[in-house]
Design a protein around this ligand. Structure first.
Ligand SMILES: NC(=O)c1ccc[n+]([C@@H]2O[C@H](COP(=O)([O-])OP(=O)(O)OC[C@H]3O[C@@H](n4cnc5c(N)ncnc54)[C@H](O)[C@@H]3O)[C@@H](O)[C@H]2O)c1
Length: 255
């Protein structure tokens, strides 16, 4: 699909990997709605980029706000062809922690934001895309989800996060198969370690030791490198129904 002719929603678009997608897609001529809880950052980013970017305060776990955000996007920009799911959280905790067994509320929260939030966008954005006029390739839309290498190599303390990310990888193919009849592709990116506020909060020592685990290039990924892959997925019609690791060959150790 040609970004110039597309309208996108990006969840988690006020920060990190989502923000990089918002910036690159807008630079390429797309119209973009930032769907995020973070009002200040979202509003500021939309104002900085200009009229083709809209901030809509959205909680991806809340069916009503997602439905409103999709509808508002279609109303303001005329259609919706791209949905990028970047909203996500991690609550590190051992299953058998010092303070007792894993709190099910924490497990539930991670699953709600990461997995149910992704599903919420897939179904509501997909429903809007279904009504698009197909392009010359027969495409009506593309969904890009964000998993993690923790889907396969979750570390101790990442059980909830790994469960949610493995599930995102798991839904990619069945949804792509179902959406094929509408010409809507569904892809997932599984990032390794990226330099975003999510990782920036870690102590310097931990960050340095993590970066040393990356074979080449031996550093954290730049958010723009994630956005480059998202752009390629939009543009390449053969990419469908799978998860791409974007990880500079890292395989996480147990701790
Ligand atoms: N940074 C990494 O190294 C890395 C690695 C693997 C996977 N990921 C995944 O990439 C995605 C983006 O992460 P990031 O590093 O850019 O993090 P980030 O914390 O910079 O951005 C996440 C954004 O999601 C928003 N958000 C959180 N809960 C939300 C909700 N309920 N509704 C709407 N918005 C919500 C936050 O406000 C924030 O703006 C996440 O799914 C994360 O799990 C990141």
């Amino acid at each position: 699909m040609d970004l110039k002719k597309c309208v996108a929603v990006v969840t988690g678009g006020a920060s990190g990997l989502g923000e990089a997608c918002v910036r690159l897609f807008a630079e390429q001529g797309a119209k973009v709605s930032i769907l995020d809880l973070a009002e200040d950052r979202g509003e500021a980013l939309a104002a900085e980029i200009g009229d083709d970017v809209l901030f809509i305060k959205t909680n991806v776990t809340d069916e009503g706000t997602v439905k409103d955000a999709v509808e508002e996007t279609v109303k303001v920009f005329g259609a919706l062809q791209i949905a990028v799911n970047c909203a996500g959280i991690g609550i590190p905790a051992k299953v058998l922690g010092k303070e007792g067994p894993l709190a099910m509320d924490d497990f539930d929260r991670v699953m709600k934001v990461n997995l149910m939030g992704t599903m919420n966008i897939i179904r509501l954005a997909g429903f809007a895309m279904k009504h698009n006029t197909p392009n010359e390739e027969g495409e009506r839309g593309v969904v890009i989800n964000t998993s993690s290498i923790a889907a396969w190599e979750g570390q101790v303390g990442q059980t909830s996060y790994s469960a949610s990310k493995a599930a995102i990888t798991g839904i990619t193919l069945p949804v792509a198969r179902e959406f094929a009849e509408y010409g809507i592709r569904v892809m997932t990116i599984a990032p390794g370690l990226f330099d975003t506020p999510m990782l920036r909060g870690l102590p310097d020592k931990v960050k340095e030791s993590l970066a040393r685990m990356v074979p080449f290039p031996s550093r954290f990924g730049r958010p723009g490198e994630f956005a480059m892959l998202a752009r390629h997925i939009v543009e390449n019609p053969m990419l469908n129904g799978t998860t791409i690791r974007l990880d500079a060959a890292i395989r996480m150790s147990a701790r």
